[in-house]
Ligand binder design. Sequence first.
Ligand SMILES: [Zn+2]
Length: 212
Amino acid sequence: MKPYERLLLANQAWAQEKLKVDPDFFAKQVETQAPTFLWLGCADSRVPAEEITGTEPGELFVHRNIANMVVHTDFNMLSVLQYGIEVLKVEHVILCGHYNCGGIKNAMTHSDLGLINKWLRHIKDVYRLHKDHIDSIADKQARWDRLVELNVTEQVQNLAKTSIVQRAWHREKRPVLHGWVYDLRTGLLKELAMMPPGSKIDDIYTFQWDEA
Ligand SMILES: [Zn+2]
């Protein structure tokens, strides 16, 4: 059997299993989606959003990229964010990083990796912001872990800086922004940051809305 054929076979078994538990499972899926959560995670194959959170199809609206970045010129991520918040009306946005992230590791080096240099540049910016703190950590793994964590909190801040989030906070008092980190070594998620609607951010990033 070719490697990809295993996936197609497993898919058939999965679909049958779902029908065994609930004969209407797929019929219900067809109608619409109403996920409560928007998940912004790393593209890393070891961090499958649904599996580690025990969620089913229909529960998570998902966007993943290298090192779970919120880059304000990334129309892909911004489109997912806008659709998730304004159309699907998610209550929670979960920004999830993970320890041993290759994107973070490479951003801490001086390697020229081609096109991805431009993506990793945004992680280097986070490093620069916290350089003294990170450089004061003696252990290499601990330094890497710390930048993973600082990047999560920075990207949650970046979410809060978007007009998409601020408009929803102003008009509908949602969503709550969460910053989590997944530990590949234990399989556990840890909460690092939470920003409820209306949270304070640096003044220069705050938009003003005309309506009362
Ligand atoms: Zn990663």
